[in-house]
Write a protein that binds this ligand. Structure first.
Ligand code: PLP
Length: 396
């Protein structure tokens, strides 16, 4: 046998390992240091009450002969697909039942969707980037090109008519930068994709954090998107499902391609995937209920308040930042021309606050730093005070 040699080209994901090492070394020298972790990339608030209730109820159903469920229907249970369809309808997006596919999360679908595309395609990702887009394509051996996300373009690169790409990844609101495309900006990408016969893989994992009315929750709010966008969403950040696992992918029947991508995805999923657990799909259904929406909004508001506390602190010390408005991430420019890792080390030692060096997400992340709003109000406020004190203490 021969192995897939492309795996040798996948970069070791040393970012979080390196952070853990530096933290461990610091703690060894400074036992008992009161460290605040502001690099958390995972939700921390528990599942909301209606979700728990729905799960309990579904567990009981599974224990009774009359209500027991076996294998799941093709693309998900009807009750959940209808709930997702209703959610999109509120955005004035009309989806067909068979365009919605329930999954165990966005990450798996973002990787698995590549089954539908030839290895000969050129892939365009932004830099900095969510590493999954890069690694999954490296594993397949596809050519990857980068669109620069920089301060000059507000970390929102726009299409370059001179660059030819076939598969385009857009994540808005963005992880790690927190930047989000407006409708007008996204329309330019849709127009580019249509003109080039490209497909946009749109990751809307953070749509629930959108507050700006000019920023779309779904790419399908943009005219023409049904011809060129596959959208990936998940309840991970929306409703704290990171450990519960449920997401959904929309593959329009109207996508322009040499084949029927919607039919191919159904074929792919029914061949290699056997659906999401009944209990979890009931939990997901509860998220879309009126009480569910009210309850999850409270949790999102809690994180949004943390983002406000952080950005208010950065405003006080004159540090430039992006995100924090439509996103749980605050992407700050390291003051005094410091590098990401230098800032990391000094913030750890002088303020006992841990964040994520931007460099870990791509070259353009050099000199930037990611803070997240997934901690408590108390810890976030304390971290903000320490960051302000540290930055104000730097020689200007
Ligand atoms: C967290 C996150 C997701 C969600 O992934 P799941 O597999 O659904 O948990 C997707 N995309 C990005 C950019 C994320 O940060």
């Amino acid at each position: 046998m021969k192995i897939n040699e492309n795996y040798a080209n996948v970069k070791k994901s040393y970012l979080f390992i390196e952070i853990a090492h530096r933290l461990r070394d610091y703690m060894a020298e400074n036992p008992g240091a009161d460290i605040i972790k502001m690099g958390i990339g995972d939700v921390t608030l528990p599942l909301v009450p209606v979700v728990i209730e729905a799960m309990h109820c579904a567990v009981d159903e599974m224990g009774k002969k009359e209500t027991f469920r076996g294998y799941v229907d093709d693309n998900g249970y009807g009750f959940l697909i209808e709930a997702i369809k209703g959610y999109y309808a509120r955005l004035n997006v009309d989806l067909d039942y068979w365009e919605i596919f329930v999954s165990d999360g966005a990450k798996s679908d973002l990787g698995n969707i590549l089954d539908l595309f030839s290895k000969d395609n050129t892939v365009l990702v932004t830099d900095p980037v969510y590493p999954v887009y890069v690694d999954t394509n490296v594993m397949d051996g596809r050519r990857i090109i980068y669109a620069d996300a920089k301060e000059e373009n507000g970390f929102l690169p726009m299409p370059d008519p001179n660059v030819k790409a076939d598969i385009i990844y857009l994540c808005s609101p963005n992880n790690p930068t927190g930047a989000a495309y407006t409708r007008a900006q996204l329309k330019k990408w849709v127009d580019y994709a249509k003109a080039n016969g490209a497909v946009i893989l749109f990751d809307s994992a953070y749509e629930a954090f959108v507050t700006d009315p000019d920023v779309p929750h779904s790419a399908y709010e943009i005219e023409g998107a049904r011809e060129c966008v596959i959208e990936f969403c998940s309840l991970s950040k929306t409703a704290g499902f990171t450990g519960t696992r449920c997401g959904y992918t929309v593959v329009p029947k109207t996508l322009k391609a040499d084949g029927d991508l919607n039919a191919m995805w159904l074929r792919r999923q029914t061949t290699k995937f056997n659906g999401v657990a009944y209990v979890i799909q009931r939990a997901a259904e509860a998220v879309f209920s009126p009480e569910g929406q009210r309850e999850i909004r409270e949790n999102i508001a809690y994180y949004q308040e943390n983002a406000r506390i952080l950005t208010a602190g950065l405003d006080r010390c004159g540090v430039k930042y992006f995100g924090g408005k439509n996103s749980p991430y605050v992407w700050l420019k390291c003051p005094g021309g410091m590098g990401s890792w230098e800032f990391f080390d000094r913030l750890l030692k002088e303020a006992n606050v841990v964040g994520t060096p931007g460099e870990g997400f791509g070259e353009n992340g050099s000199g930037y730093f990611r803070l997240t709003s997934f901690s408590t109000h108390e810890k976030t406020a304390e971290a903000a005070e320490r960051i302000v004190k540290f930055i104000n203490g730097l020689e200007k």
